[in-house]
Design a protein around this ligand. Structure first.
Ligand SMILES: [Zn+2]
Ligand SMILES: [Zn+2]
Ligand SMILES: [Zn+2]
Ligand SMILES: [Zn+2]
Ligand SMILES: [Zn+2]
Ligand SMILES: [Zn+2]
Ligand SMILES: [Zn+2]
Ligand SMILES: [Zn+2]
Length: 326
């Protein structure tokens, strides 16, 4: 497959870079954790501006880090289009300014949104590809779909309207749509989480969870939560990450877990060692973690050479709990 074939990359003789299909707006791949739904192909309705080959390279399809949504620099437009159009996530397209829904479920002007996105910075991540504009009159704040939620903006799924944190008060005018599904009131609007599955809102406090950017982006309410590995499937044995609130089946983990752990659990993506900074994603799934996934195995071994009780150095082979010196 060579969808990403680009006019920018003239040298056909070079080994072809393995092309991973990514969204022409948020630059994430299909299976992203930010709730954008599936990648859809949209044809070009108009002549593209002449695709001038430039020196800029193909953007690297992003990973799921919120800091690498979209595009860092001027993008060569032709790298975002194939011969007949472009690939964009369902929600990234639907929410874009200027995109119209046609009678047959198709969408119009997605290609134009992609072109305008190459010029627009996201107010949250400060990267290009932002096409979702604040609904408040005169506000020209734009976001990527994952960043819209991460920024704490209010989103109405019915009207596909976003209100940036500065204009979030206007959400009250939407009445019931801005009410929390638990307490039936708008309450603290900035505390509302938006479910990318059903569009309902929930106060983080009413669910006793946090409202960090990583929890907000791609958030799914308790009714809609599906496993991030296999997507829809049975809802038994679902583990919920303590840090990002995403769900995973115990049997979809590598290695699989036999039962639900009783302690708070963190997905690999959210494990970061506070001593050395190593991230869970680069370690095998079976790697051991300590202190609620805050210390990696190597750093823990370092730590255990000092006894936690007497502070004296013990022999490295002596476990933390039973220092022979005290
Ligand atoms: Zn996207
Ligand atoms: Zn962004
Ligand atoms: Zn605004
Ligand atoms: Zn509530
Ligand atoms: Zn939901
Ligand atoms: Zn699963
Ligand atoms: Zn997580
Ligand atoms: Zn470490």
């Amino acid at each position: 497959m060579d969808d990403q074939k680009s006019n920018c990359d003239e040298s056909d003789s070079e080994p072809t870079r393995e092309s991973v299909r990514a969204c022409a707006l948020c630059n994430c791949v299909e299976r992203s954790l930010h709730g954008q739904r599936e990648l859809r192909h949209f044809g070009s309705t108009s002549e593209l501006p002449t695709l001038q080959p430039t020196a800029s390279q193909l953007p690297q399809p992003g990973n799921d880090e919120l800091s690498s949504i979209g595009f860092a620099d001027t993008i060569c437009l032709s790298s975002l289009f194939d011969d007949s159009g472009c690939w964009v996530h369902h929600w990234c397209a639907m929410w874009s300014e200027g995109v119209q829904q046609k009678d047959d479920d198709g969408l119009e002007n997605v290609d134009k949104a992609v072109i305008s996105g190459t010029q627009r910075l996201c107010a949250y991540c400060k990267r290009l590809g932002a096409t979702i504009r604040c609904h408040a009159e005169g506000c020209s704040t734009f976001y990527h779909f994952p960043c819209a939620a991460a920024s704490g903006s209010f989103q109405s799924m019915k009207q596909l309207a976003l209100l940036c944190p500065q204009h979030i008060d206007k959400a009250e005018e939407l009445g019931e749509e801005s009410w929390c599904a638990v307490c039936d009131s708008a309450g603290e609007l900035t505390d509302l989480l938006f479910c990318t599955g059903c569009g309902l809102h929930y106060h983080a406090a009413c669910l006793e969870i946090g409202a960090t950017p990583i929890q907000r982006a791609g958030w799914q309410c308790p009714e809609c939560k599906v496993c991030q590995t296999c997507q829809p499937g049975e809802d038994s044995k679902m583990l919920v990450c303590d840090a990002c609130d995403k769900g995973y089946h115990t049997f979809c983990l590598q290695p699989a877990m036999d039962s639900l752990p009783t302690d708070p659990w963190k997905c690999r993506r959210c494990r970061v060692c506070m001593e050395c900074g190593i991230r869970g994603l680069v370690l095998p799934g079976s790697a051991q973690w300590f202190d609620n996934y805050a210390v990696c195995e190597a750093c823990q071994r370092q730590r255990t050479t000092v006894c936690g009780v007497c502070g004296k150095a013990a022999h490295p082979s002596v476990a933390l709990q039973c220092c022979t010196l005290c």
